[in-house]
Design a binder for this molecule. Structure first.
Ligand code: R5P
Length: 284
């Protein structure tokens, strides 16, 4: 039997996993000292057990909690440690874009690997970040779960916000049974850039745009505005990881978005899609 430890950022995902896997959730204490340092303690006996820790590495405080939980579980004599990271924060700095920079995705992976037999994450920004772990690392996709949700919304077409993300839109469209395309930018003149679906017409259509991350909402907002201008009936935006930084929700609503959908890799009011079923397949 698996034992599951849910970190503060991912309690509901851990509970969902425990239900699906018929695993036992481990009681923990997590509290702050007066100087704000974190304290964790595993309350159950996990000696000789296979333990799964579930913790999103965002924001920074949750990274420290993950390290402490890994250490506590190791010290308690677990037989194996699987680290499930629903949202792997810091993945976007996956290379040195300029001299002197840290490769943040690698720095984090090095430290997580110290106390992990296996790492599982969801829709990492780029798949190659899995190679940064010195232990076995796997990823799963949230797209099938998102597509199942969208399937109730009478979607006519799924769009990727750019060509690089078109595979995600294609995969969702197959599940929904609709068209797919990607948004293409065309420079009209020195000051005007037109953004529209490369091949399809959005007029009178219910459109869903799918991306891995919504951060500031800027990428989605531009596409929503243009699609509405081009006569789209409804525009849904869906993402795996809803960071919703910097007034993103207001930006999306003002742009004319009809519904915002995210998974629960990062918990928010828009976490309408559960990620545990996708993760379960990888654990099993
Ligand atoms: C970029 O490569 C990602 O896939 C997302 O498109 C990006 O992170 C979205 O950022 P924002 O919401 O700030 O436009």
């Amino acid at each position: 039997m698996n034992y599951i430890v849910g970190g503060t950022a991912s309690k509901t995902v851990a509970e969902d996993l425990a239900k699906i896997l018929k695993a036992r959730t481990v009681d923990t204490i997590s509290k702050r000292f007066p100087d704000n340092e974190l304290y964790v303690r595993i309350l159950d006996n996990i000696w000789g057990k296979d333990v799964i820790i579930v913790q999103t590495t965002y924001p920074d405080s949750n990274i420290v909690e993950l390290f402490l939980l890994q250490n506590a579980i190791e010290e308690a004599g677990a037989k194996s440690i699987t680290v499930v990271i629903p949202y792997y924060g810091y993945a976007r700095q996956d290379t040195k874009f300029q001299d002197g920079e840290a490769i943040s995705a690698k720095a984090l992976a090095n430290l997580i690997s110290l106390n992990a037999d296996k790492v599982i994450t969801v829709d990492p920004h780029k798949e190659h970040i899995l190679d940064f772990f010195s232990t076995s690392a796997y990823s799963c996709s949230a797209v099938p779960e998102i597509a199942k949700y969208l399937d109730r919304k009478e979607i006519d077409m799924v769009l990727a916000p750019d060509k690089g993300a078109v595979d995600r839109a294609k995969k969702a469209s197959k599940i929904i049974g609709c068209d797919f395309d990607y948004m293409e930018k065309t420079r009209i003149d020195g000051t005007t850039v037109e953004i529209k679906p490369k091949n399809l017409d959005a007029q009178n259509k219910n459109v869903a745009i799918i991306d891995d991350i919504i951060s500031t909402g800027g990428t989605m907002a531009k596409s929503i505005k243009e699609l509405k201008k081009q006569g789209a009936k409804k525009v849904f935006v869906a993402c795996t990881h809803g960071l919703f930084a910097d007034n993103a929700i207001k930006k999306l609503s003002t742009a004319g978005c009809d519904e915002i959908i995210s998974t629960d890799t990062i918990i928010s009011n828009y976490s309408k899609v559960k990620i545990a079923p996708a993760i379960t397949k990888l654990i099993q």
